[in-house]
Design a protein around this ligand. Structure first.
Ligand code: UDX
Length: 448
């Protein structure tokens, strides 16, 4: 427990209603609560966290008027609706807390922690003269890429001509132009969303990454922001946190995995947001069947547009799949990746999935879709050399699955993945970088 003297602290955490953002926020809250801080979670009503899983936190709903289709309607309208609707309620709630404490001798000091999509929280912090800290749930490389896109645009390098796509971006080595986020999106929308989500005046930033993974990029980030930056990843390994899933986890897949041989199963999931069209989903299914390997496939309901769940699969294919694998709607992913039967992870390469896989020494098949995922796939395949990048064609998938699961190349990849896993374990131990950074974060909050 941190020594807070006579002072009391309330940390007000607010995360956007995206699985990949909410999970690290609740994990950070769990850690900070274990250090003696009181935690309030100010959350949207859409995709709300489950208060019964975190009985020590206070939950405060922010009426957001959001619905599922808003998320896919486009980045700008989604961010605008989210921020415009949440801001007044958030400010009112904090003002009430401050006013209620005015004449008390034991008042709580308030610190806001928010993700970069909830930028209204930074405005409220300024208006109420409260410190604010940003939690970044993606890699440092993604932020650096977003920061240089406006410059690339001014110099005529973004949007990028086809002839340049395979080239390295000199300011972002080893990433190529084709790995940049937002490729193919309207440029005005891209520039506007970058302006919205690049942090402006935080007191500090907390990154769910690990110092050794992104050292030089973090140096650039530190030089740019000139505020304390804490690298505390992978947050899911810091402290046990109850399930943070918005969807119900199908735990029957764990008993199915229990019956399989070590390292024999490829686990497949494209995360909480990406969709695979019918053609791609059928190629994926054929790739799985023809690889002759065992598989556990998460098909999120609605992730193949036009279908409720797996109705896109032809009957003949379903029959062939039954012998080799299991399809579920949502899995307890961290438990799955830690299971001895899992030998590879075929993923969209979201940052949480990437961290969860490398923390267990599991090599990956990389099928990036959007946002930061191509950068993460480049890390996995080119820098860390523990991933194989694929496009969704069944013949290619079939050989890539074997490349990750069986044979000499798979063995070498697994060896490298285990070396990274060991370094992550070290970062988490008493004198490791993430553990030290967490202690520094606690001291920093106490100094505010
Ligand atoms: C999004 C972006 O896609 C991602 O690139 C960005 O880094 C964060 O926001 P998402 O698509 O949700 O995230 O991917 P990811 O970051 O990998 O997070 C998915 C989370 O859902 C992981 O924590 C994973 O463990 C969890 N999950 C996924 C499950 O618990 N069960 C599943 O079946 C699938």
């Amino acid at each position: 427990m941190a020594d807070h003297g006579s002072k009391r602290w309330r940390l007000v955490l607010t995360s956007s209603p995206l699985q990949g953002h909410m999970t690290p926020m609740l994990q950070l809250g769990t850690y900070l609560h274990s250090k003696g801080f009181s935690i309030t979670i100010a959350h949207t009503e859409f995709n709300r966290p489950d208060p019964s899983k975190h009985p020590d936190f206070i939950f405060h709903p922010l009426p957001d008027k959001l619905s599922g289709p808003d998320i896919s309607a486009g980045v700008i309208p989604f961010l605008q609706t989210l921020n415009d609707n949440c801001k007044p309620h958030f400010k009112e709630h904090l003002t009430q807390i401050i006013n209620a404490q005015k004449d008390r001798s034991d008042k709580e000091s308030i610190v806001i922690i928010h993700d970069n999509l909830m930028f209204f929280a930074a405005d409220v912090a300024l208006e109420l003269d409260l410190p604010s800290i940003i939690l970044r749930s993606s890699s440092a490389a993604f932020s650096l890429a977003m920061m240089i896109i406006p410059q690339l645009h001014q110099e005529g390098r973004f949007p990028t001509q086809d002839s340049l796509l395979q080239e390295i971006v000199p300011e972002l080595d080893p990433f190529r132009y084709k790995d940049l986020p937002f490729i193919g999106r309207p440029i005005e929308e891209t520039l506007q969303s970058i302006t919205m989500i690049i942090p402006k005046t935080p007191s500090a930033m907390v990154w769910n990454t690990i110092e050794f993974l992104e050292q030089s990029t973090l140096t650039h980030i530190r030089n740019h922001f000139q505020v304390p930056i804490f690298t505390v990843g992978p947050l899911h390994k810091i402290i046990p946190t109850p399930s943070t899933s918005f969807l119900e986890e199908d735990t029957s897949c764990i008993s199915w995995l229990d019956k399989q041989a070590p390292k024999s199963v490829i686990y497949v999931s494209i995360g909480s947001l990406a969709n695979a069209n019918e053609k791609v989903a059928i190629e994926m299914a054929w790739g799985l069947v023809n690889s002759n390997q065992l598989f556990l496939w998460v098909v999120r309901p609605g992730s193949v547009p036009g279908f409720k769940w797996t109705e896109f699969l032809p009957d003949g294919l379903v029959a062939q799949m039954k012998d080799r694998g299991l399809i579920v709607k949502w899995a307890p992913q961290k438990e799955v990746l830690a299971h001895k039967a899992v030998g590879g992870f075929w993923s969209h390469c979201g940052w949480n999935s990437t961290l969860e896989s490398i923390s267990e020494g599991v090599p990956m098949l990389c099928q990036p879709f959007d946002v930061d995922q191509k950068l993460n796939a480049r890390y996995l395949s080119h820098v860390w050399k523990i991933g194989v990048e694929i496009v969704a064609k069944s013949a290619e998938i079939e050989s890539a699955i074997r490349q990750v699961l069986v044979g000499k190349e798979a063995e070498e990849m697994r060896q490298r993945a285990m070396e990274i896993q060991d370094k992550i374990k070290f970062a988490l131990c008493d004198s490791g970088s993430s553990n030290n950074s967490l202690k520094d974060l606690v001291d920093f909050i106490l100094s505010l």
